[in-house]
Design a protein around this ligand. Structure first.
Ligand code: FAD
Ligand code: NAP
Ligand code: SF4
Length: 702
């Protein structure tokens, strides 16, 4: 498809009859040979369902569910064009008819549901986690153990042919198009950047040569699939690594990719090895739309923008502002497959919003587990877990409106049970009300908004400000009682623990207790790290309890770019500049008894961000601590063999939690069926992922 044939169709403006709230987002997109029903692209995401021996039925059900939700165009997780390009041994690839046949069930399911789907062709290059890795040069990546072999010219020609053959097989399998992965530091991107391309032949040296592979792959793929097939190219528009492309080079390449036959250009932000968070929850919403906008007017084909767009109003604002022609979202469709349908029905307040925690999606994939979603445990389990209406309505009490109780109560009521939810506090949410006060965790408010609306929709009787006791529950005539009463902070035994300078994290985050300029935190788990972020952020007070979309605020975005060294100046190669870290208002010491690396148990894909953030803010880490005494002078401890005094004004205890089950014994003795979920069940290693999943699981069994 030539640039001329698509240029006229790119910017379909909202017309008469357009959606009243989201006229740009829900406008069709005419690609010439096909019209997409809206401007929503479900971005590529590896979820662990992409490979197997027979037909990919789980993957089919997963995509069918999203197609039923009216997504305009979906893109599969990356499929390699050959063995060298696979992510790991036996990783998904499509290089023969049998492998193409395995996908037929996916495309059939999507088409039956009225959807469209493209297959991403991903060659990992030096990111491959196996000994057959190849690259432009033998330059090892920091995120794989395996040093790649430099491709010969013959190897390059073979790789281009493999891309083309793979695209033809995808077409044969029934896909509506392919996306060629040219960003995120994968093979094509590795050829483009000088940091990884040290060649001196016609694929190395100047920019034209280094980008030759990208253009030749697109040209070969277009020739293989003919003009009536969607060809998306994911172009690295901001590498965020040393030796990345300049904006001038990116424009030049975008034009050549268009001329070679691409029908859509998707935005890639940051290599995997980049030390800049680009999709974590602390990244402001739509933080990279300006990157795509820079290319507007430079090419004629539609431009897709991506990264941290999770609600329809944000997506609409980006499109209406002219930053892009289409929005790519991936994780938001794990969280809610009906995202588009809810936007179409002007029911955005019912969307189960992706909070960008990575805990059940990317962290699972890195641990070689199937992805799912913290806020939607049904994701990727479509063939194994469905929720059905009840045959007999029962009267159920749920005690505690934290994540576990909310999930259980709304699921049970949604099935048809008569559910009463008791909450001691004046609001729902439990510990999420503390989590959402941590700077960069404002998204957690969205989960509470979602459950608040679900309570209304499913008819749960909510009793706030009601610290219910066992007698009331027994007298209530409930058929089942669910205790989701959560946790209490662990009391630690240290001499002087009753000193006035000792606070718990609850005092700090919920009670608004005054914290001095020098602080020691006892306990370096998830909450200890969060409290350290809170106490070292000069803007924590203004973000305290701010709504989720506060991250759209331009000052907040500017602070994020500065803190992580993101240059918006197009002249800066790779988009990287010096960090400008805000000065911490406090001196903070984060302590743990273990001698392991602090924060080692934090999420695989986000732990490094928290560690880097605290390091940049000058937080002192103490390991191997043996706490001795807290007195007017501060916290006395042994750090290994060394006796030390941390001269602090405040000690904040973040030493884990204990289950809160004071109602359990009396209720069990009464003979009522009693169930424990969430922190009330097991407090150790509790997180919201387990709490929500356990609540839903119990509700499907009640
Ligand atoms: P809780 O959230 O503790 O809720 C229990 C509820 O029961 C409370 O609202 C309480 O008032 C109520 N209750 C207790 N007794 C009674 C009674 N007798 N009558 C009526 N109501 C009662 N988890 C993550 O997965 N990711 C994170 O990033 C994350 N960050 C966090 C940050 C902070 C600062 C904190 C404090 C926690 C964080 N967590 C995080 C942990 C997460 O919030 C908890 O795992 C989760 O809230 C546990 O849910 P739960 O429903 O079991 O208990
Ligand atoms: P945690 O992760 O279990 O950490 C507790 C900390 O307290 C540890 O550093 C522990 O380390 C220390 N500790 C335990 N007992 C102690 C004692 N008796 N005296 C002194 N120190 C003690 O628990 P948490 O930080 O309270 O977090 C609770 C849960 O919330 C976590 O499991 C986590 O999953 C979740 N959470 C997740 C995130 C996230 O970003 N994903 C953020 C916040 C919370 P030592 O024993 O080595 O001292
Ligand atoms: Fe989003 Fe977290 Fe769910 Fe992943 S696990 S899709 S980041 S809410």
């Amino acid at each position: 498809m030539s640039a001329e044939s698509t240029a006229a169709t790119t910017h379909s403006k909202p017309t008469e009859g357009a959606h009243p709230l989201y006229p740009h987002l829900l406008a069709p997109l005419d690609l010439g040979h096909v019209v997409l029903k809206n401007r929503v692209l479900m971005g590529s995401m590896h979820v662990g369902l992409e490979h197997g021996l027979g037909p990919l039925t789980k993957m089919a059900a997963y995509f069918q569910r999203r197609a039923e939700g009216d997504v305009g165009l979906m893109v599969t997780g990356g499929v390699a064009p050959n063995t060298a390009g696979t992510t790991m041994p036996l990783g998904g690839k499509m290089s023969n008819r049998l492998e193409a046949w395995q996908h037929k069930v996916v495309t059939d399911a999507v088409h039956e549901a009225g959807g469209r789907i493209a297959m991403q062709i991903l060659h990992t290059g030096r990111y491959a986690y196996h000994p057959f890795a190849v690259g432009p040069s033998a330059v090892k990546s920091p995120i794989s153990l395996f040093k790649p072999r430099a491709l010969s010219q013959r190897g390059i020609r073979k790789t281009i042919k493999d891309f083309a053959d793979c695209a033809a097989l995808a077409q044969h399998a029934g896909y509506d198009g392919v996306e060629i992965m040219g960003s995120e530091g994968y093979l094509i991107n590795q050829f483009i950047a000088t940091r990884t391309n040290k060649r001196s032949d016609s694929y190395g040296g100047d920019y034209d040569n280094r980008s030759r592979l990208a253009v030749e792959v697109v040209r070969a793929v277009r020739a293989a699939v003919g003009p009536e097939f969607i060809l998306i190219f994911r172009l690295s528009m901001l590498d965020l690594v040393e030796g990345g492309s300049s904006f001038e080079e990116i424009v030049d390449l975008a034009r050549r990719i268009e001329a070679a036959g691409a029908s859509i250009l998707n935005t890639g932000i940051g290599w995997h090895e980049a030390r800049v968070p680009t999709i974590a929850t602390l990244v402001p919403r739509a933080a990279f739309a300006w990157v795509t906008r820079r290319l507007k007017g430079e090419v004629g084909i539609p431009l897709v923008t991506s990264n941290r767009i999770n609600m329809p109003d944000v997506a609409e604002r980006v499109l209406a502002g002219g930053d892009a022609d289409m929005i790519s979202m991936a994780r938001p469709f794990l969280a809610d497959p009906d995202w588009v349908k809810k936007a179409e029905a002007s029911r955005a307040d019912e969307i189960n919003t992706c909070i960008a925690c990575n805990q059940a999606c990317l962290d699972h994939i890195f641990a070689r587990k199937r992805a799912t979603c913290l806020v939607n445990p049904l994701a990727c389990y479509e063939t194994e877990w469905q929720i059905h209406p009840v045959k007999a309505r029962r009267k159920i009490a749920v005690v505690g409106a934290g994540p576990a109780g909310l999930s259980c109560a709304t699921t049970a009521a949604g099935r048809g049970h008569d559910v009463t939810l008791f909450e001691a506090a004046a609001q729902i949410g439990g510990q999420f009300n503390m989590a959402r006060k941590i700077p960069g965790k404002q998204e957690f408010s969205e989960t509470l908004r979602y459950y608040g609306r679900q309570i209304e929709l499913t008819g749960v009787t909510l009793k706030l400000d009601t610290k219910v006791d066992a007698d009331t529950l027994i007298a209530g005539g409930f058929d089942a009682i669910v205790l989701a009463t959560g946790v209490s902070p662990r009391q630690v035994r240290i001499a002087g623990i009753d000193h006035a300078k000792v606070l718990s994290y609850v005092d700090v985050l919920s009670g608004g207790a005054k914290v001095g300029p020098r602080v020691a935190i006892i306990g370096a788990g998830g909450i200890g790290f969060d409290v350290a972020e809170f106490l070292t952020d000069p803007h924590a007070a203004e973000l305290h309890g701010a709504p989720a979309d506060a991250t759209l605020n331009p000052e907040n975005a500017a602070r994020y770019y500065a803190e992580w060294g993101i240059a918006q100046d197009p002249a800066v190669r790779g988009g990287l500049t010096e960090l400008d870290v805000p000065k911490s208002p406090r001196e903070v010491h984060l302590c743990q008894r273990r001698t392991t690396r602090p924060g080692a148990a934090l999420g695989k894909t986000t732990g490094w961000i928290h560690r880097a953030s605290l390091k940049n803010r000058g937080v002192y880490l103490h390991v191997g601590c043996d706490y001795q005494l807290i007195d007017d002078a501060g916290l006395h401890l042994f750090e290994g063999e060394e006796s030390r005094l941390l001269a602090v004004d405040t000690v904040v205890v973040c030493a884990g939690q204990e289950p809160r089950r004071e109602l359990h014994a009396a209720l069990t003795a009464s003979g009522r069926p009693v169930h424990l979920i969430g922190g009330a069940d097991v407090a150790g290693e509790l997180d919201a992922k387990r709490a929500i999943r356990q609540g839903m699981q119990l509700a499907t069994e009640l």
